[in-house]
Design a binder for this molecule. Sequence first.
Ligand SMILES: C[S@@+](CC[C@H](N)C(=O)[O-])C[C@H]1O[C@@H](n2cnc3c(N)ncnc32)[C@H](O)[C@@H]1O
Length: 175
Amino acid sequence: MGGGTGAFPVGLCRRHPHLGATVLDLPHITEMTREKVAALGLTGKINTHDGDFLSDEPLPSGYDVILLSMILHDWDEATGRRLLEKCHAALPDGGAVIICELVLDDDETGPAPAALMGLNMVVETRSGHNYTHGEYRRWLADAGFTDISVAPLDAAGANAALIARRTSASERSPG
Ligand SMILES: C[S@@+](CC[C@H](N)C(=O)[O-])C[C@H]1O[C@@H](n2cnc3c(N)ncnc32)[C@H](O)[C@@H]1O
């Protein structure tokens, strides 16, 4: 979701050839995505969906995983929570959402790259900033996701992937 010109899907589909992906982004972006994907010989493997994740209701369904890479920090908390609810509604039981970003420690003092990216978001966006692990865990749980886990990353744009599943009603414990 908001997959831009497809760097993540290209990397993922090359590394794991059984995967296919669709990049949902605004039409002026997906035009570039299609060009890039075609130039890499991945047309058909990586598709595009012209859409607006803020206003499209519901989001397209039929996908096992929704990747939110550097999306939520662009927006305020209410919008981020709404996007996660829309992802939950679009996923099948057993499906997963992945938040991949520079996530702040819960005491909000670091790590430095996440704090600096947060400052960048404050300057560049109307209401975005970087969020903590605790905040994302709460948003995910409130949206109905379970089995939340964290895969640490060491990349310029991401220090963690938070992975959460949509569980079926029968899997949910009665209390
Ligand atoms: C910071 S970029 C992240 C790109 C990509 N996910 C990555 O990690 O490299 C944010 C992306 O969200 C897209 N975007 C912003 N608003 C959107 C909207 N309302 N609907 C769909 N895509 C949107 C932008 O066009 C851009 O590609």
